[in-house]
Design a protein around this ligand. Structure first.
Ligand SMILES: Cc1ncc(COP(=O)(O)O)c(C=O)c1O
Length: 460
């Protein structure tokens, strides 16, 4: 049964017009784009679900805060305001802004990783993984088995497998494991949350083996909301208390503030320990900027400080998580195969099950992405065959990924419930006529990260 969705906990003060195109215009536009949604102009898109990163709408308080930005190079007042907010949320006294999440990743990995070391985590995000590998480290994704099964309906599919974590810590010890990274929520398997119990136990293991624990906190507020909703003992607790408890188990965090910071750009790192912070400051000066701005404008530090407080408003989070769940329910009601349960920021559709008559070599998930644009001007993204297929280095044979998914990422505070209904109805229309979908073939591809630039054509 579809859970009734609550009303928006805000009203609209400023509007951004959306262009409505016709189906025949969209057919031409997507053909010109080589059937690759990365080649579309944003003004030809009606509802953009490409990503939830950097796409949030700011509040009147954030826009007002921008005007108070102190753009001084060193000692900016805006920095101290942000520091106070971050410390009040995380409990970590040492705060360093960065231009975005990957700036923080670069600094942390440069500080702590020696070639040949292992970095366990629940599941590392792509850019984190790349930084770990660039420094010679081996990322280890130790998410629980249920986390890798789209149909496994488990409340905390982002949990780390504690047995596997202990084995890695026991086998390699603190000399070979510079830190453990817990990503909350776990983006790489669909924004799935990690339970407090799992975090506490992982922290216990880290303490026993004297290995620091860090959080990738891009979606910390959504994770804490899931803990409040789903974990026994947390229902009556204030979100800020849950958040503080969660961070108390770690030694620090890095954050892309383009998600739960409710801003369009930015990031930060925060530490319990002064010596790690001092090392990070040295690298910040080289790579990001002086430690009181770290690549961000003073005004953006102000907006972030306000966003980090607003994101912990329970009525905002309830609406956000329910909006995502509502979309998932509407699709599931008519049998559209999705990853269960939906995560915090996106709904994922299983392309192979959506159009089983299209072989994986003909990109079923990408076919749905293209049809969704043609049908309604909605932009989703394929995370599957075009993005993750690898080539066997010896035989040249293509190795397809297990999952061929379409991600519908929901920007924060941007789309109304009516927009979400348009998305659901458009997908359902395609699903009802799915037998008519035709496969795609690639006619141009680059050597690396081909999905960003490749071009497709429909099969004959
Ligand atoms: C979990 C997670 N970590 C890190 C990043 C990288 O952040 P940024 O895009 O700000 O560099 C992202 C971005 O999507 C993310 O989802």
């Amino acid at each position: 049964m579809i859970k009734k969705i609550g009303p928006e906990p805000y009203k609209i003060k400023m509007v951004e017009p959306l262009k409505q195109t016709t189906k025949s215009e969209r057919k031409k536009l997507i053909a010109k784009a080589g059937y690759n949604i990365f080649n579309l102009c944003s003004e030809d898109i009606y509802i953009d679900l490409l990503t939830d990163s950097g796409t949030s709408a700011m509040s009147q308080f954030q826009w007002a805060a921008l005007m108070q930005g102190d753009e001084t190079y060193a000692g900016s007042r805006s920095f101290f305001r942000l520091k106070e907010t971050v410390t009040s949320i995380t409990g970590y006294p040492y705060v360093l802004p960065t231009h975005q999440g990957r700036g923080a990743e670069n600094i942390l990995t440069k500080m702590l990783i020696k070639p040949g070391t292992f970095i366990p985590g629940n599941m590392h995000f792509d850019s984190t993984r790349a930084h770990l590998q660039l420094k010679g480290g081996f990322p280890l994704d130790l998410v629980v088995d249920q986390g890798l099964k789209p149909e496994a309906d488990h409340p905390f599919k982002g949990n780390i497998n504690l047995g596997k974590l202990e084995n890695v810590l026991k086998e390699h010890g603190r000399k070979k494991v510079p830190f453990v990274l817990m990503t909350v929520t776990c983006n790489s398997n669909g924004g799935q949350p990690v339970s407090m119990e799992n975090i506490r136990s992982a922290a216990g293991l880290c303490r026993r083996y004297q290995v620091p624990l860090f959080f990738d906190a891009a979606r910390f507020a959504e994770n804490c909301y899931f803990i409040k909703e789903r974990e026994p003992g947390y229902k009556e607790r204030e979100l800020i208390d849950i958040t503080r408890e969660m961070f108390s188990y770690g030694d620090g965090c890095m954050m892309s503030s383009k998600k739960d910071g409710l801003v369009n750009i930015g990031g930060f790192m925060a530490f319990k320990d002064d010596s790690l912070y001092q090392q990070a400051c040295q690298l910040s000066i080289v790579y990001e900027g002086f430690p009181t701005y770290g690549g961000m404008a003073g005004r953006d530090l102000e907006a972030l400080s306000v966003g980090l407080q607003e994101v912990l408003d329970v009525s905002y989070l309830r609406f956000r998580i329910e909006q995502v769940a509502y979309l998932a329910d509407r699709l599931q009601e008519e049998g559209v195969p999705i990853v269960k349960p939906p995560g915090g920021h996106a709904v994922y559709i299983d392309g192979k099950k959506f159009a089983p008559h299209i072989p994986q070599s003909q990109f079923p998930a990408q076919v749905l992405v293209v049809e969704l644009y043609i049908e309604a001007g909605i932009r989703a993204i394929e995370l599957g065959t075009s993005a993750f297929t690898e080539k066997d280095p010896d035989t040249g044979e293509l190795i397809y990924p297990e999952l061929d998914l379409v991600r519908l990422a929901i920007p924060r505070r941007v789309y109304t419930n009516t927009h979400i209904d348009v998305v659901a109805e458009s997908i359902l229309d395609i699903y009802r006529n799915r037998d008519q979908l035709r496969g795609l073939k690639i006619v141009y591809e680059a050597q690396v990260l081909r999905h960003f630039t490749c071009r497709f054509e429909f099969m004959e």
